[in-house]
Design a protein. Structure first.
Length: 165
C-alpha cells in the first residue's frame, strides 16, 4: 500500500483516536501530523509489516506520552473555567460527552492511554501492554484505577447536581 493511500484511509481514524487520547483537537492534529511525518520517512519498513496500522497507532501513543510530559512542563496553567456558553445548544448527549472528556483529561496519562486503548480502540490487555511497554497486570491495574477514579468523579458530579436541583 502506498503512503498516500494509507493516509487517505487511516488519517480520520487516527485523528479520532488521538482526539480521544489527548482530549484536545489541536493537540491531536499536531500529534497525528508529527507521527505521519515520521512514518513517511520509514514507510518502506512499516508497510512491510503485518499490521502497519497497529505500529502507527503505537507511534501515536508513544508520542502522546512524551508530548504530555513535555506539555506539562511548558504549558502555563490557570484556574480559568471554560465558558459554559461554549458547550453548544445544551443537548444532553453533548454535555455528557464533554463531561466524560473532562473526566478523562483529569486521569494520569498512562491510565488514560490504557482506558482509551481498551474502550475506544477495543484492544485486549496483551496488545495494550505491548503498546504501552508494560505487563498485562500493569494494564489491568491502570484500567482498574482509572475506572475507580471515573466512578468517584461521576458520583461527586451527580451529588453536586442533586444539591443544586
Amino acid at each position: 500500500m502506498e503512503f498516500a493511500e494509507y493516509v487517505a484511509r487511516q488519517r480520520p481514524a487516527l485523528m479520532r483516536f488521538a482526539t480521544v487520547l489527548t482530549c484536545q483537537a489541536w493537540l491531536a492534529e499536531d500529534l497525528v501530523s508529527d507521527v505521519l511525518g515520521r512514518a513517511f520517512e520509514r514507510w518502506d519498513r512499516i508497510s512491510g509489516m503485518a499490521e502497519p496500522n497497529a505500529y502507527v497507532r503505537r507511534m501515536v501513543v508513544n508520542d502522546y506520552l512524551s508530548w504530555r510530559r513535555r506539555l506539562a512542563r511548558t504549558t502555563p496553567r490557570s484556574d480559568v473555567e471554560p465558558d459554559a456558553a461554549g458547550y453548544g445548544d445544551g443537548a444532553d448527549q453533548r454535555a455528557e460527552r464533554d463531561a466524560m472528556i473532562r473526566r478523562l483529561a483529569a486521569l494520569p496519562r498512562k491510565q488514560r492511554a490504557a482506558v482509551v486503548l481498551r474502550y475506544y480502540a477495543g484492544l485486549p490487555d496483551a496488545e495494550i501492554a505491548g503498546q504501552l511497554g508494560c505487563r498485562e497486570t500493569t494494564v489491568r491495574s491502570q484500567i482498574h484505577r482509572a475506572l475507580a477514579a471515573l466512578r468517584i468523579d461521576m458520583t461527586t458530579d451527580s451529588r453536586a447536581y442533586q444539591e443544586t436541583s
